[in-house]
Design a protein around this ligand. Structure first.
Ligand code: F58
Length: 829
């Protein structure tokens, strides 16, 4: 036998990427068993569920990896413009089913596993979802990387590999308790660790100037650094052979142990440095809407963007790259303000390291970033104290000051000595001195976008009004979207089959084709089939909730669902007042229980651990639930179900079963919402305010297929300006007063009147989100819901029209809008 040739980069085998295993049932079985035997070291007969799940995940990976390597190689070789999506959060949800679907292997895998005596559903259920996000913003990032891959856009997602994602919520006596989310405990089969591609990220220290061959330059002398180790995840496009990358950074100590200290016997001190470094990517901050301004959070932000920029510049760009061409090669999309420290970091790299002059560097930077804003709440706009920023990132603070100085000069040039404007537009605000990250992003970004039409309009008119006056061409809108692969095809397979039977294939990547369903709304057989799917989804949800939490869902109830983070602006309290009103009507004898439309109310919501009012509302929902559910007078009529730990996995079960989608934020507060889109696409009707993307949903589905209530945004503003006096609304509506009195009376708290008193007095005296002002209109809209549901066939027709008319909300369309309006990158097929 000839001596084997060494396998090097020049070896013919090394030139071609690995080939995939054969896409047949036998091929899959073989690959699965190889993984089980060789990787896990166990025989099928003795394998645990975890062994089988991990071997299955490896098998799916094996099918994707050849394409992935090829796409990475091409992306490096290719000159076309790439999108770097910078996001502190990716709320991915389970991976197995998604990756099977994307690679077209679902049927093969199902049969192959069955041949091994394994039910694929038990494998699906075994996966712990990576909850690396808080809510809408993180889930949007996950939908976007799915669409980027499906549209074959050269792109990479950058983020943080939190060791603990969003906390696991449990209820004790109806109150939220947070438990750590150890999502990595079973191992994480979807990731590839790349220590060889680690980057060093530095912090603190001081800056100095030095003479660089006659040029005076600044440099940063940091005090400490950590290693950023990338973990790569495959992001397969939907059955298009494309596999993009999500690169999440994990923090490690530069020196694992301080050996000298270790040898001197102080073990704890020796590992302290390691613990300190690793803390940076330890845990996702569970804040919703109000950032806490904690140092560790700023460390996290800088950590991941510095590593990402270094990664892009050193690994993706050729060494001799002409940096003035950078804007033709890359756009960094800033998902909210969390990655905005990337702007001064890019300036530092270009000016201090690559030695470009300031103006050239700034011209490049301004073309390489774009900023998406996700809020309208002033308290949600991130600011960092100058003191903290200067301590942690002294060079970046200097750079921010210079950016601000030059920007304010431009403002002065344009508007003269308008002190009000100069003060209000300054990136640095005084008392206490702090950096307004949204302003920095707006000044630096080529484009600034809101996430729904109304939101973008309000950004321009209110939050960033002065900036809009100065540079209107920067502002644009990209209405959010959701991926139909996960939220229709995977979450609602029966509806997907029904649609495919009607329209043929292709709609999953061309969601506007759902329009063709409009005529089917007039077809009685189709309506019956559609209603059958909804009923089946309710039964499936019933099974899940019974097994998970012991809740039963009745088939014949209207399923009324409010799932989203718990926040006052989202107004879960309005929903509670509705339930309490219905309850009060019956127990007071004014309405016979038999006259109520049977309804099951489902809540899902996590509250930020430090948000006392939100946690109290959770307690109240559970308390109202236990009273209503155990009152024989309401038996079979009203039921309140609040499964703990609402997450992507549960969303995939709840949304397809829903009849009514609650989108009831105060107008002008919800930037967009994306749950609203998922419900409509799954045939739930919306009861909602004219807020966020609800406005666009209503325009598309039509007033007859949407239950609108409440003040519009201008009406909200007007009432607020006039002076909002909640007591007047309570005076004007007997039922509202009764509902509030019932809560105050202690019936929901075992007679203790103090438990929920803070909620009631907040609503009556202090409520920025004007719950009481919209109560009467909300109750009236709920009555329209009951009346509409009484004609079940007409309801189903409306539900079908909701599906047919909301194809616009595919995240594929959002990504196309980003391409056209912001990125100007091209899909590469
Ligand atoms: C959400 N923001 C918006 N922030 O509230 C929602 O209207 C929108 O649809 C969605 O973004 C996507 O655009 C949101 O989820 C957060 O979770 C932040 C996490 C970090 C701390 C501050 C809130």
């Amino acid at each position: 036998t000839p001596a084997p040739r060494p396998l090097t980069a020049t070896h013919p085998l090394a030139l071609a990427p690995v080939s995939s295993p054969p896409a047949t049932v036998d091929g899959f079985v073989r690959e699965f068993l190889v993984n089980l035997n060789l990787e896990r070291g166990v025989a099928l007969s003795s394998a645990t569920e975890t062994d089988k799940y991990l071997a299955l995940a490896s098998t799916v990976r094996d099918y994707l990896v050849a394409r992935w390597l090829e796409d990475q190689r091409r992306q490096r070789a290719d000159q076309s413009k790439a999108v770097c999506y910078l996001s502190a959060e990716y709320l991915l949800g389970r991976q197995l089913d998604n990756n099977l679907l994307a690679s077209g292997l679902t049927d093969i895998a199902t049969q192959a596993l069955a041949a091994c005596g394994i039910d694929i559903d038990s494998m699906r259920a075994h996966e712990v979802e990576p909850g690396l996000g808080n809510g809408g913003l993180g889930r949007l990032a996950a939908c976007f990387i799915d669409s980027l891959a499906t549209l074959s856009v050269p792109s990479i997602g950058y983020g943080i590999r939190y060791e603990y994602g969003i906390f696991r919520q449990v209820f004790r006596d109806g109150q939220q308790i947070e438990k750590p989310d150890a999502w990595l405990a079973l191992g994480s089969p979807w990731e590839f660790r790349h220590p060889e591609a680690a980057q060093t990220v530095s912090f603190a220290g001081h800056t100095e100037t030095y003479d660089d061959d006659g040029v005076l330059r600044s440099r940063w002398v940091p005090a400490w650094s950590v290693r950023a180790v990338p973990y790569n995840y495959m992001v397969p496009g939907y059955q298009n052979g494309r596999v993009n990358t999500l690169r999440l950074w994990s923090a490690e100590a530069t020196k694992a142990f301080d050996l000298r200290t270790f040898n001197s016997g102080d073990y704890v001190e020796a590992v302290r440095a390691q613990t300190f470094a690793e803390n940076i990517s330890k845990v996702l901050y569970p804040e919703d809407s109000t950032p806490q301004g904690k140092e560790l959070r700023l460390q996290q932000q800088y950590f991941f963007v510095a590593a990402s920029i270094a990664d892009y510049m050193s690994k993706v760009l050729p060494e001799d790259f002409d940096l003035t061409k950078l804007p033709d090669r890359v756009i960094f999309q800033l998902n909210d303000t969390h990655p905005v420290i990337a702007v001064p970091e890019m300036m530092r790299v270009l000016v201090d390291e690559r030695k470009l002059d300031w103006d050239a560097a700034w011209a490049i930077t301004q073309k390489c970033f774009a900023y998406t804003c996700h809020t309208l709440l002033p308290e949600a706009l991130e600011v960092w104290s100058v003191d903290l920023l200067g301590r942690l990132l002294p060079r970046h603070l200097e750079i921010i000051y210079r950016i601000n100085d030059e920007f304010l000069l431009a403002v002065r040039e344009r508007f003269g000595d308008d002190e009000r404007r100069l003060r209000d537009m300054s990136i640095i605000s005084e008392n206490p001195a702090s950096v307004r990250m949204a302003y920095l992003a707006t000044v630096a970004g080529a484009k600034v976008n809101g996430v729904a039409e109304l939101h973008s309009q309000l950004l321009r008119e209110k939050v960033l009004h002065d900036f809009d006056e100065m540079m209107p061409e920067k502002f644009t809108n990209v209405t959010n979207g959701v991926t139909p692969r996960r939220f229709m095809r995977l979450a609602n397979p029966e509806l997907s089959e029904l649609i495919t039977a009607a329209l043929g294939t292709g709609w999953l990547t061309d969601l506007e084709r759902l329009r063709e369903l409009e005529s089917y709304a007039e077809d009685a057989d189709f309506r019956a089939a559609f209603a059958g799917v909804k009923a089946a989804n309710k039964r499936r949800l019933n099974e899940v909730l019974l097994a998970r939490d012991g809740f039963a869902i009745a088939d014949d109830h209207l399923l009324d669902v409010m799932v989203k983070r718990l926040h006052e602006y989202k107004r879960q309290m309005l929903k509670v007042l509705h339930i309490v009103t219905l309850y009060e009507r019956v127990v007071s004898g004014r309405v016979a229980a038999s006259d109520l439309q049977p309804r099951t109310f489902i809540f899902g919501a996590k509250a930020a651990p430090g948000y006392a009012m939100a946690k109290r509302v959770i307690h109240l929902i559970n308390a109202v639930g236990s009273v209503v559910n155990s009152d024989p007078r309401l038996e079979g009529r009203l039921k309140v179900v609040f499964p703990p730990n609402y997450n992507v996995t549960l969303a995939e079960r709840v949304i397809p079963a829903a009849d009514l989608s609650e989108q009831i934020s105060l107008a002008g507060k919800e930037a967009s919402g994306t749950g609203n889109m998922k419900f409509a696409l799954n045939g739930a009707l919306t009861i909602g305010t004219d807020d966020g993307a609800n406005v666009e949903i209503r325009e598309l589905v039509g007033d007859d297929n949407f239950f609108l209530f409440g003040m519009s945004e201008p009406e909200v503003e007007e009432l607020w300006a006039r002076g909002y006096r909640p007591g007047e609304f309570a005076q004007a509506d007997d039922e509202l007063r009764r509902a509030l009195d019932l809560i105050s009376s202690g019936v929901f708290s075992g007679g203790d009147r103090s438990t929920f008193e803070p909620i009631v007095s907040n609503l009556l005296y202090d409520d920025r989100f004007m719950v009481l002002a919209d109560y009467t209109s909300y109750i009236a809209a709920q009555e329209r819901v009951d009346a509409a549901y009484a004609d079940r066939d007409a309801w189903t027709r409306s539900a079908i029209l909701n599906v047919a008319r909301t194809g616009f909300f595919s995240s594929d369309r959002s990504i196309r809008d980003y391409i056209d309006r912001i990125w100007h990158a091209q899909p590469v097929r």
